[in-house]
Structures are given as C-alpha cells and as structure tokens.
Design a protein around this ligand. Sequence first.
Ligand SMILES: [Zn+2]
Ligand SMILES: [Zn+2]
Ligand SMILES: [Zn+2]
Length: 371
Amino acid sequence: MLMGLCGGICAGKSSIASYLTQEHQFKRIHLARTSATPAVEKSASVPFPQQPPAGRDHTFADVDALLEFVTLRWRERWVTTDIWDDHVVDALLRRPFFLLVSVDAPVSVRWRRFSDRCAASQLTPPSLEDFVLRNDAYLFAPGTGLAALFQRAQLKLLNSTTSLDSLYAALKSIDLASEARLRPTWDQYFMRLADLAAHRSNCMKRRVGCVVVREKRVISTGYNGTPRGMTNCNEGGCPRCNNLSSGGVGLSTCLCLHAEENALLEAGRDRIGERSILYCNTCPCLTCSVKITQVGISEVVYNQSYMVDTKTAAIFAESGVRLRQFSPPGEGLIDLALGASPGPISDSEDMNKVEDVREIFDNSNFIRPLS
Ligand SMILES: [Zn+2]
Ligand SMILES: [Zn+2]
Ligand SMILES: [Zn+2]
C-alpha cells in the first residue's frame, strides 16, 4: 500500500511517517516539489540547499514516475508526506493501493510545537501572530493553499497529542497501518449503499435506507417517504410526520412507507428467494420485521438501534431470521487525544526533526538565530 500524509505546519506528518517506518515496516518515498507547490514551501527550501538528498533513495521527479515504481511494489508498504497539490492527489487517488490521510491540530498547539523546535535549534521562534499569518498562506493562499486538498483525505486525524509516546499509542489504537481502509468489506460496502439510499429519504421523522442483497448482488434498494404520486413527506405529504409528536407515536396514521417496505416491494418475493440479506441503516420496526420474515429474508444487518430492537429481535429469533448489528468504522475526524493511553508528557520532546523547522519557514525576518 501507499499512504500519503498531508496536513498543516507541525500537525505531525513526519512523526506519523516515522511511526509507520519504525513500527510497521513502511518505507519513505519522496516526490519532488511541483510548480504548484505553495510559495511557503518553495521559499522554505531555498536557504538550505545543503539539506539532505542523503538517505532519500526513493525520490521521484513526478507523480507518474512514483506511481510506476509503487505499482510494481504495491504489496510493500510505502509512505510519503510529499502531497503537493491537486494534480498529485488526483493521480494517487485513482489507484486502489493508495490511502490519503490528513492530520491537523489546533493552531496554538502547532505554534507551540514549532516554537519548541526553534528553541531546540537555537532559533528565535515566531510570534503567534506571525505563525498564524504563515499558516494562513500555507492553507488558504489562492491557487496554492492546501486546505481543500486535506478535505479529500479518506482518513482525517486530529493530533493534539503532547508526546511521541501518546501519539504512537493513539496510532496503534486506531490501527493506522491497516490495509482494511483501502477497500471496504462487503458489510461496509452494502451498509454504505444503505446510507446512500437514506439520503434520498423525504420523511420528516428519520432518514432510513435499505438494500436487499443476494449472493453479493444488489436486488433492490429503498428509502422511506410517501408513496409515488403523493406529495413528499417533507413538502407536507404526511400530516403525522410533520407534526411534533415524538418518534413511534401515531404510526397508524402515518402515510410514509418504510425503507424496508419499499425495498421488499421493489424486489418482490420471487427475486428475494433464499439466502437474501437485508442491510438497513436502522434496526427494522415491528411491522417491517414481520414483512421481512414473510418474504423469506435470511439475515438482517443493521447499523443504528431503533426503539423496538428487542421486540424485533424476538420476532426474528422465532422465525429463524438472523439479526446482526454492524456499525462501520467511524468516518470523519478521529481525535487521537481521545482513548489513547496517555504517554509521559514532555514539552521538549523532539516530535520532529530540526530540519523540518527550516523546511517550512525560511529564516529571512522570520526565524532568527538566537543572539
Ligand atoms: Zn414521513
Ligand atoms: Zn408519516
Ligand atoms: Zn419499518
């Protein structure tokens, strides 16, 4: 696999890359800066031309050359922090072995890290204000800012950890090196389709989506809402759903079809047959569960609980329908400071190499050697 790490100044990209090389046999791979690289990045490299090509075995002039190299070796583990622009991300994300991971941290935390590094290399740290301005240029400069690029990451990490130990523990706890994120399992795949169907829901009470699958093929999909030809629920079609009664109250006056009902009606009993599985983002209600039983679904997989789970479970248990909860791994931002065992806190800990300070900030008027 190839993992690309992107993120703000001192967010922890290099530290995470070091974790992967030290703990999980990843190898670093490098990509030359492109013409679209932000001015911040480019100016940063100029004052220190003596900086290492040393130890940079795997350095490529462009993303195509890098991809050519990795394609032949994709079963090995590679990591790069050289995510320069959209073109690079476009090219990498096309490949099934690539995972883009973004890492961020509060700006005050990143400034503190940066200041510590400056101090460690006998340089005067920038003021917080200077750091914020440089950070804004890095992230939001028109045409070259990297902020939009980070949003494309498949995994987003929030790294406000305060030591390498706690960072490493957190990365271990989320199993960062896992290849499972490259390609969804069947359960993840079908649950994601159910979630997508739910986005078409027009019911004012709750978005529910459902997929009926047989032998790993989708037979039908459904979402909840008023029947065809009628005004959509969210346009006033169902008076019950549009009043303020709480969930589950007045169900007998509701005009909305449930996602499961729509999927079952769409598929029909004949096409459902044996060994069909129903994926639903919410545990089926009582009336749906008897219909699911009647058409011969063999297994129901749901994500979120609903208020009648135990009654539904009893019906399925009696009729021999397997019921299983599957909650896909969380998406969105993962806060590394939560849940990981806290390591020893050390402000002076070198969370990155001294060179990185210079790589990002040139020393003109900005970081001055301590006099
Ligand atoms: Zn409704
Ligand atoms: Zn309704
Ligand atoms: Zn239902």
